[in-house]
Design a protein around this ligand. Structure first.
Ligand code: ADE
Length: 240
């Protein structure tokens, strides 16, 4: 089985690559190749019996779409696991909390003037759902490791949100729990190409007026929380 691991920013995938800093995390990762394609670097390797292809896309929906499609179409990934950070919309979520997406939507997709709901375009859907099998795998891993894995709706858009007003609107309109800038793009690509996917985010900020500072302060720490969990999922997937 070939597994794509994707993030948006270097910081989100760095824990998979920097052996010295996180030695115990990836002592079984063997890198076999590195390829530049379409402005991104794709790292190929193995983790136990799994083939891995790993890349970060750069921020935003368009960049995420290119990378997700490349991981599936050029590298032939059978499954995609996304790891990274998000802003909290649900006030019950704190910095460092892990959220597995149960559904993803695009909060900035708007043809509502034609009478469509926000986040909807004809022949599309407001919400795209990840693989229930991968969500179940994540739940098993969380239970075994004693990790508090939350589930929630993730809203995606090409904006860094640092506003109580926008946050409230996204919460009301989409019942979203967390907000970021790539997940729904990845979801649309994987759904269209019928490849099971899983989107995991650790909270880095509360998408409020402190978000810019919290993001800078917690990006690396929260990215590591998320990537550590994905590594535990690889371990589980390598058994099955
Ligand atoms: N990713 C992490 N925090 C975010 C925020 N506040 N808005 C958009 N994307 C984010």
């Amino acid at each position: 089985m070939k597994i794509a691991i994707m993030g948006a920013m270097l910081e989100e995938v760095e824990p998979f690559l920097s052996h010295s800093e996180h030695e115990p995390l990836l002592k079984h990762f063997v890198k076999t190749n590195e390829m530049r394609y379409g402005g991104n670097t794709y790292h190929e390797g193995t983790y136990k019996n799994l083939e891995i292809v790993l890349a970060y896309s750069k921020i935003g929906k368009v960049n995420a779409t290119l990378t997700a499609a490349t991981l599936l179409e050029k590298f032939g990934a059978d499954v995609l696991l996304f790891t990274g950070v998000a802003g909290a919309i649900n006030p019950a979520l704190n910095i460092g909390d892990l959220v597995a997406a149960t559904a993803l939507c695009q909060h900035d997709l708007d043809i509502s003037i034609f009478g469509h709901p926000h986040g909807f375009v004809p022949e599309g859907a407001v919400y795209v759902k990840p693989s229930t099998e991968l969500l179940a795998t994540a739940q098993r891993v969380a239970k075994a490791k004693g990790v508090n894995l939350r589930h929630g709706i993730i809203a995606t858009g090409d904006q860094f949100i640092a506003s109580a007003k926008r946050k409230e609107w996204v919460a009301q309109t989409f019942q979203a729990d967390a907000i970021e800038m790539e997940g729904a793009a990845v979801a649309v690509v994987c759904d269209a190409l019928k490849v099971p996917f899983f989107i995991l985010r650790a909270i880095s900020d509360a998408a409020d007026m402190d978000a810019q500072f919290d993001f800078d302060a917690f990006l690396k720490e929260s990215a590591k929380v998320s990537s550590s969990f994905v590594i535990a999922m690889l371990e589980e997937l390598s058994h099955g």
